[in-house]
Design a protein around this ligand. Sequence first.
Ligand code: F6R
Length: 611
Amino acid sequence: MCGIVGATAERNVVKILVEGLHRLEYRGYDSAGLALVDGDSAGITAYKRLGKVANLENALKENPHDSHVGIAHTRWATHGKPSETNAHPHLSADSIALVHNGIIENHAELRDMLVAEGYEFVSETDTEVIVHLVHKYFQQQQELFKAVKSAIAQLDGAFALAVLCKDEPNHIVVARSGSPLVIGVGIDENFIASDQLALRQVTDRFIFLEEGDMADVSCDQLNIFDVHGELVEREVVQLDDYADASDKGQFRHYMMKEIFEQPKVVAETLRGRLGKHQVMEEIFGADASSLFDRVKRVQIVACGTSYHTGVITRYWLESIAKVPCNVEIASEFRYRDVVVEPDTIFITISQSGETADTLAALRKAKDIGYTASLTICNAPASSLVRESDLVLMTQAGPEIGVASTKAFTTQLVSLLLFTLVIGRRNGLTPAREQEIVSQLNELSDLCAKTLELADRIKEVSNHFTETTSCLFLGRGMQYPVAMEGALKLKEISYIHAEAYPAGELKHGPLALVDSETPIVAVAPNNDLLEKLKSNLEEVRARGGRLYVFADVNSGFSESDGVTVINVPHVSDVLEPLIYTIPLQLLSYYVAVLRGTDVDQPRNLAKSVTVE
Ligand code: F6R
């Protein structure tokens, strides 16, 4: 989604803002802009450019500027098309400038009211109503902080915003409700951002604002007020060194770097969590044991790739832990009538921890009586983490590529740990748990071995460059693996791709099979292999081109129209983790050949903080 960064310092802040925007670009990137206070009330100067932050940076090189207070924004269009006029910051009467993340639901009625009062709108955005509202109240109250407070009291929806005022040139006023906002604490300088990653070059100390907080930020003062308007102290958190997260190293794209980090981050996610023979259940928190004793059912809710993690987890929970599990897409769950069965734990899965639909689903779940909530998340200070009863952090490190890769595998690892902890309450024997734990101990090496397939997959990817449509097939746990493979291919290569359970082919999709449509099959050597082989025969009989990711021992051989990629042997339980990796590589290489923007695919954003 959109990104916000702001700075107030004794030095020139322009470079800091631009660097921050570059670091936020992965969130949303149809346009970028910044507003700078010209000092001593001379005025506010704003620059906006369509497209990448580099365009804005070039504009600033042509018009060098010196300023000690500024706010900046990368936009991902929600209201109004991508254009310079719709880009942030928005200004009112050239005296107030504002950047905003989120969506204002009552913007139409506020716009009508402000137009009736004489305000002229230049953009199609919902944001412009906020800046005019602030201006209106500033005229009445002559104090920026009070004006922002009065303005946000009128807003329905979600927002994180930062505001500058020509007549109060030394500070920034910020507010958060429903969208994340963080303050970076420096020495005689302070910063704000929607994601701490934007500020890692200037500080490692952060204050994560809470719901309803407002703050008044200048270079030597920081005042935070809670939802009731009370001055509050918020903890300053020192973050570990994330230095390499925004560096691609030897790789051309973040996505490839992140695919290749999987052996490391899988090991990180297991580190300190496995005893000799079993999972240490304290990792879920002090209250976890007694809560888990009550769990009879599981409800999982997530979006996109994280939803696919949930679908795989259902197979584990029902086969290993013998616990019924339901999995649902968050945007559906949040708006339907739900019957809550007793003793059900509610699980959210999210890389960012800020996905608006998943967060809304959690809030609904808390209202309707689930036994407890657990989140599997990769962002330590995120809203999902703060609002859930129990948390298990994935240790993927920041994921910059929009297409989720290492976050997915670490989510799977985390939920397998949960499965074992619940399973041992339901007849999972210590011997079986120990067996799975020793497989987990081998997982990092197995991921590394699977990555050795990269060159072979690069060769195969040449067959997909002219493809317009592609089917992914799997059975059992490989069906959600196929879903994830199809999502990866479509989001970064823009090839239409769909996943089906292989047994479902004859009920419709078989009609799509011809020699033009590649069919990707996921074929580990398990109980369903013979069934899958029969389904693939149906495809071959109709002239379909098959690409089979098969266990070395599964007996597939290459022939005309059948390409086989041999995947290292893996135990049944860990199949989804290993078979996902070659599919990630396939989508990556196909996208590179097709020349798409791999790390920032069109129309997508990393952190989806709007509905
Ligand atoms: C796809 C992808 C998305 C996210 C989805 C949920 O590669 O990354 O489908 O998985 O937007 O995001 P999180 O996990 O942050 O809740």
